[in-house]
Design a protein around this ligand. Structure first.
Ligand code: GMT
Length: 389
């Protein structure tokens, strides 16, 4: 008999990073829909609410054995997944980001025994750099390809990443696109209050950037694009940095931007800053999707970005923002100027972005796609068994 609820194991990175945020939101939505969800990670994922019914968290302890130069995470993760997979009778392991999660899932299933009909099925969702960076590295590529080939289903978060995945790995099974989604929070503080905290007057045009400021986010091009923008209004840039901004400090001085750029590190409530802003600026050289860009659209702000990876699948150029070929900072600056000079244009584009996000990228649209995938994969179990319910 087909059971309505499933038991799902989700493996993800815990800290600020798109794949962990998406995995956490997915787990929360699945639990809200009646499924039992078990998270595996080295620490509690930042946005995970353990008070929510049907959510469980299994911490993986990274070993500190002094005989090893490098700590190992893959084996303790695989053991934890095997233990809980068996004890909680999980139906699926849904791993987010292939390295090392898909390999750990494969090992966990092997530990449960090749003939274990009860072994969870493995779904791997590729998020970006697992294909675009590590997939190009000869010391990782064969291991990733092995783990992907032993997954029961593969998904990517954009068509662009699907194409790159197919070009990178030799895969016999299909790769399905299930795009990212976002659930906006109920606003915590009013726009005016946040702008006051930032020391902004209502006349100033605030541009926001949210990222982990790793090298591929190209914060150098972000600052140069901003420095080139000119407007009748005073322009300010707010950077919400998921890791240390220290290495970019000298460039702030070099471009004489210190008075106009506000940097905040490790902000957990990014959404109230999105409400306080007037536009978003993103300068990555590679981006499979751009979850922060989607968050920016949900908050009704137009986006200026480079046309790379999956970004054009999220932002429609000329409709909810402006996209430019990678590296064209003068064009990025000109787009920022035109938005700042025309508040009406910025508002209209922002509104169209919100509509686009609400039409295409809500949990109600995307989560059922994952639920259908889980059920399809489980039908391939002997007798189509689903053990939970
Ligand atoms: O590179 C990052 O910013 C983190 C990385 C991750 O896996 O946590 O993000 C990737 O996954 C996000 C969620 O699917 C996507 O929105 C990002 O575009 C993607 N990053 C890259 O492709 C560089």
């Amino acid at each position: 008999m087909r059971k309505s609820s499933l038991k799902i194991g989700i493996t993800c990175y815990p800290l600020i990073g798109g794949s962990g945020i998406l995995a956490t939101a997915l787990g929360s939505e699945l639990a809200r829909r009646g499924h039992e969800v078990h998270f595996f990670s080295s620490a509690q994922p930042v946005r995970l609410d353990l008070a929510q019914p049907r959510i469980f968290f299994h911490e993986v302890i990274v070993n500190e054995y002094s005989l090893f130069t490098y700590p190992d995470y893959t084996l303790p993760l695989a053991v934890k997944m095997a233990q809980i997979g068996s004890a909680a009778e999980l139906d699926v392991f849904h791993v987010h980001y292939a390295v090392p999660h898909a390999t750990a899932a494969y090992l966990a299933v092997q530990m449960l025994g090749a003939s274990a009909a009860r072994a969870p099925k493995i779904i791997t969702t590729l998020h970006g750099t697992d294909t675009t960076l590590l997939g190009q590295d000869p010391s990782y590529r064969p291991a990733i390809e092995h783990a992907l080939s032993h997954s029961d289903a593969l998904t990517t978060v954009s068509e662009s990443l699907r194409e790159e995945t197919l070009a990178t790995f030799q895969l016999a099974q299909p790769v399905e696109v299930i795009r990212n989604f976002f659930v906006p929070s109920v606003r915590l503080r009013e726009r005016d209050e946040v702008r006051r905290e930032l020391g902004l007057t209502n006349k100033e045009f605030l541009i926001v950037h949210i990222s982990n400021v790793r090298p591929l986010k190209r914060v150098d091009l972000l600052l140069r694009s901003f420095a080139g923008a000119q407007s009748r209004r005073s322009l300010r840039l707010l950077i919400l940095a998921g890791s240390s901004f220290a290495s970019y400090e000298p460039l702030l001085d070099q471009l004489a931007l210190r008075e106009r750029v506000i940097v905040k590190e490790q902000v957990s409530e990014v959404e109230e800053y999105l409400d306080a802003a007037d536009a978003g600026l993103y300068s990555s050289e590679s981006e499979s999707f751009g979850l922060s860009i989607l968050e920016t659209l949900f908050h009704g702000k137009p986006v200026v970005a480079f046309r790379v990876g999956g970004i054009p699948e999220v932002v429609i150029d000329g409709e909810c923002g402006f996209l430019h070929p990678f590296g064209e900072i003068e064009a990025m600056a000109a787009s920022l100027s035109s938005l700042a000079d025309s508040p009406e244009l910025a508002r209209e584009m922002g509104e169209r972005g919100r509509q686009r996000a609400e039409t295409n990228f809500t949990a109600d649209q995307i989560v059922p796609e994952y639920e259908r995938l889980y059920r399809r994969v489980l039908e391939r179990r002997p007798g189509g068994q689903v053990f939970s319910g």
